[in-house]
Design a protein around this ligand. Structure first.
Ligand SMILES: Nc1ncnc2c1ncn2[C@@H]1O[C@H](COP(=O)(O)OP(=O)(O)OP(=O)(O)O)[C@@H](O)[C@H]1O
Ligand SMILES: [Mg+2]
Length: 350
């Protein structure tokens, strides 16, 4: 399963909950977070080592765990990975040729199968949870998909749960068609007005505090149901209210504080990572409303050729600032970022 959605909608919260549930029913879990410039192999290898060591301590006969370690060692040879100063210490000889071709699309499936066979032998199952999965490159995502495909064909007990910005539109060819068949892609988005109201009302009620109806409506109008924003308005509203109920007046008072905090933190950290060219691109996009935007329309506003925007567009997708919901289109990954861009750069063209 791959949970996808915009920034701050609750993907990580959900993934952590899934991990807790998986552990509860007996899975061995591996939780990793992908980063912009951190390759998949070195990221996952130490966790597989840990899990193989755990399996080694479980009851059971057979040599699949030892083999798993030997294949992992072979995989490391293929990566020629040095983790900081030292290679990850594995006191076992590599199984030559098992996962050391250097081609991740071959090696990763072999490695995952060997680890899953070890789990099967010890009558357990493994769940790999990967957050920010969009940061893997095409080749890594392809390898991951191939690996899961192989595991599924062989019905081995290893599952993948990912979360991140939408990746499917960016995948090409075989990877894409496999991915479509292999994974569920539940979309995590904003809450409905009713759910948004409950998210604020229920925890407050537990402390005998109520929200005025008009207050809840105003919060929904401002947040559009996005979980992170609900959290912020709830927090400030709670702190500002002298007593129950939390009124519309209080919410309005909270809004100034929240907007200022969001602008200074949530939005600003992302803004500050942009180059001047990228800011200009996004500011032009914001002229067009909340998006998605056709790249051609942005080019038109800027008065440049569409091809000249290619590199800046690609860079921002890599940074996770925008994504492509459909061919030829881009959209902000951060809800309400278009409005922030208008506040951050009031004059355009500057
Ligand atoms: N079930 C929940 N209960 C309470 N708060 C929640 C819940 N889900 C989301 N939130 C709020 O939303 C915030 C963002 O959630 P989370 O970090 O999981 O989003 P995300 O989708 O992983 O965002 P990003 O793409 O930036 O990583 C949380 O810090 C919390 O304030
Ligand atoms: Mg997250």
């Amino acid at each position: 399963m791959l949970l996808t959605g915009l920034r701050g909608v609750g993907k990580t919260v959900l993934l952590n909950e899934v991990e807790r549930l998986a552990e509860e029913v007996g899975y061995r879990t591996i939780a990793i977070e992908a980063h912009e410039d951190k390759p998949l192999g070195p990221l996952v290898a130490p966790h597989l080592k840990t899990v193989l060591y755990q399996l080694d301590r479980l009851e059971g006969v057979g040599n699949k765990v030892k083999r798993g370690l030997a294949v992992l060692r072979s995989f490391l040879g293929g990566l020629k990975v040095t983790m900081g100063e030292l290679t990850i210490g594995l006191d076992i000889s590599p199984e030559e040729g098992a996962a050391d071709s250097g081609d991740l699309e071959i090696d990763l499936p072999n490695l995952f199968c060997a680890v899953a066979e070890a789990a099967e032998e010890r009558k357990t199952a493994i769940a790999i949870l990967i957050d920010e999965i969009q940061y893997f490159n095409q080749m890594e995502l392809g390898a991951l998909i191939m690996a899961m495909h192989r595991l599924q064909q062989r019905q081995l007990p290893l599952v993948l749960l990912g979360a991140g910005l939408p990746i499917l539109p960016g995948l090409a060819g075989e990877s894409k068609s496999y991915a479509e068949r292999l994974f569920n892609f539940p979309e995590v988005g904003a809450l409905s007005e009713e759910d948004a109201a409950r998210a604020l009302r229920d925890p407050a009620l537990a402390a005998d505090v109520e929200f005025e109806r008009a207050a809840l409506q105003e919060v929904f109008r401002l947040t559009r149901g996005y979980p992170y924003f609900l959290q912020e308005w709830g927090y400030q509203g709670w702190n500002l209210a002298p007593s129950s109920p939390i009124t519309l007046q209080i919410v309005k008072q909270a809004t100034d504080v929240v907007m200022q905090r969001l602008d200074e933190n949530f939005f600003r950290v992302r803004f500050d990572r942009l180059t001047p060219g990228e800011k200009d691109f996004l500011r032009a996009a914001a002229e067009l409303g909340e998006g998605p935007y056709r790249t051609g329309d942005i080019a038109e506003i800027k008065g440049v050729k569409i091809t000249s925007l290619g590199p800046v567009r690609a860079k921002m997708i890599k940074k996770g600032m925008i994504y492509s919901p459909a061919h030829g289109e881009v959209a902000f990954t951060v809800p309400l970022f278009d409005q922030f861009m208008l506040r951050a750069i009031p004059d355009f063209p500057s």
